[in-house]
Design a protein around this ligand. Structure first.
Ligand code: NAD
Length: 492
């Protein structure tokens, strides 16, 4: 189906075009084509082929969109997408198999199972910061579960968006999988349609728009949002390893423009100077003396986001709190790794998601005090703790609510496909990755099977006192009562 063209030859994707697209996809879905195991496997294998045959071009697009260093782009976008695909291919038969479950005495004799069926036509809206991974990872789940779908990549990473469109057309079944490029008008046209599920990745403001649009059609949503992910640093740790792992999760993940990048650190007043010294060494080791020039660090995605980050830094009572870094290059959209100490609690930087290379350190008297700081804020997408104290670790896991957690490292939990990835509260709703992706895009249909034997007349009228005694005993699981009722006796 081709988008319409206006007199200036620009492609118009409006609500009418979107409606025709969804109708086509639904028709195709209802034909049953996408439900077969073979179709799912074929698409997943084609996706792997697409990645293998075009790896350099994918890395180049990420360089154009974000100056993403090649190794980082390979590890966090190409390799993670491939591994999601490989896991789905390996596990698909098992995931698709109906799950046998037990039944109760009241339905005896019977058997029961949970059948995973595809939901239908899915809308996936993705974000710019990991434009390849965040687009294809949910697509892999939607294919594995046997759905038709539309992917709307982010207009803020245009090179990757156009690459996804070209390659989807070339490698995937376009009667069931479509990529629609565009910004707010195109996404709004898509959101007006009735979908069977929407997975949106991005900020909470647009998350609310998506959820409101979905509510009109009672469409379920997965919202993969962000927030301020804290890192608690205890003083009894291996400082070198800890700072390397925090730095890798912050500046080594798209220069802090990652949903699970450490947003702020909490440590004790007495330990903070040691931590800052260790960061100085680590950052020099990672990015050299002139960190603005480093080729191993992404740029800020565009001038709007650059201005947003400058506003954090230039706020009164914040500018003088920089203890490391702080250099910027507006022309090349670069900001050096920057650490700030004890910025005011009511500053912008402590009240909005940073999503960039700035890392404030908040100090407390005792490390245990950090729990209250985290609990007083919205539930984060990720929470990190560096400690050797098992009691503190246990308390952290049991008393802090977050989308996910990681002890003594950062961001790596995202790579473990046996863990669900998603937020809680303001950081999102729903989860995916591995089997959780398959489940997210499937309906779990409960099916009970019965034969014609064992047709107990007790459940049918006329309702006699004996039937009542029998049914009461049966529903209460009172075997003795059942026997008494059957032989015509009552307990009293
Ligand atoms: P973005 O600007 O790319 O927007 C995301 C999508 O929303 C895009 O496809 C865009 O076209 C669409 N969009 C924007 N405005 C819209 C509107 N008014 N109506 C309809 N659609 C609209 O990305 P962003 O929001 O800047 O992404 C950053 C945020 O996403 C951060 O908060 C980050 O934490 C979060 N994030 C979360 C995850 C996760 O997996 N949980 C991953 C990446 C980013």
């Amino acid at each position: 189906m081709a988008e319409e063209k206006n007199t200036c030859d620009e492609v118009i994707f409006d609500s009418e075009t979107a409606s025709t697209l969804v109708k086509d996809l639904r028709k195709n879905f209802l034909s049953g084509k996408t439900k077969s195991y073979e179709w799912r496997v074929e698409q997943l294998k084609s996706m792997l082929k697409m990645i293998d045959e075009n790896e350099q071009e994918i890395l180049d697009s990420l360089r154009i969109d974000l100056s993403k260093p090649q190794l980082e782009a390979f590890v966090s976008e190409v390799s993670l997408t491939k591994s999601a695909c490989t896991v789905a291919l390996k596990e698909l038969k098992k995931w698709m198999k109906p799950e046998k479950v037990g039944t109760s005495l009241t339905t005896f004799p019977s058997s029961a199972e949970i059948v995973s069926e595809p939901l239908g036509v899915i809308l996936i809206i993705s974000a710019w910061n990991y434009p390849f991974l965040l687009s294809l990872d949910p697509v892999i789940g939607a294919i594995a579960a046997g759905n038709s779908m539309v992917l709307k990549p982010s207009e803020i990473s245009p090179a990757t968006s156009s690459l996804l469109k070209r390659y989807a057309e070339k490698y995937l079944d376009s009667s069931a999988i479509r990529v629609i490029e565009g910004a707010v008008p195109e996404t709004s046209a898509l959101l007006e349609q009735k979908w069977d599920k929407i997975l949106y990745t991005g900020n909470g403001r647009v998350g609310r728009i998506v959820m409101a649009a979905a509510a009109k059609h009672l469409t379920p949503v997965v919202l993969e949002l962000g927030g301020k992910s804290p890192v608690i640093v205890d003083s009894n740790i291996d400082l070198k390893v800890a700072t390397r792992r925090i730095a890798a999760g912050k500046w080594g993940c798209n220069n802090g423009q990652a949903c699970i990048a450490p947003d702020y650190i909490i440590t004790t007043k007495s330990f903070a100077p040691k931590l800052i010294d260790a960061f100085k060494c680590t950052l020099e080791e990672f990015f050299g003396e002139n960190q603005l020039e480093s080729k191993d660090i992404s740029r800020i995605v565009n001038s709007n986001h650059f201005a947003r980050l400058e506003k954090f830094l230039d706020e009164d009572k914040v500018a003088d709190k920089i203890v490391l870094g702080g250099k910027r290059d507006k022309t090349n959209l670069k900001i050096a790794p920057t650490i700030l100490l004890d910025v005011p609690e009511d500053s912008l930087i402590m009240n909005e998601e940073i999503f960039g290379p700035l890392l404030p350190i908040v100090t407390v008297d005792k490390v245990e005090d950090s729990f209250d700081i985290i609990r007083s804020r919205s539930k984060p997408l990720a929470a990190y703790l560096f400690t050797n104290d098992k009691k503190l670790e246990k308390e952290f896991v049991s008393s802090i609510s977050a989308g996910g957690m990681l002890i003594n490292d950062t961001t790596l939990h995202l790579t473990v496909h046996t863990l669900p990835f998603g937020g809680v509260g303001e950081s999102g709703t729903g989860a995916y990755h591995g089997k959780f992706s398959f489940d997210t895009f499937s309906h779990k249909k409960g099916v009970l099977y019965r034969g014609f034997q064992g047709d107990a007349s007790a459940r049918y009228p006329p309702y006699t006192p004996r039937k009542q005694r029998l049914l009461r005993a049966l529903l209460n699981g009172d075997i003795f009562g059942v026997i008494l009722a059957l032989i015509g006796w009552s307990k009293s």
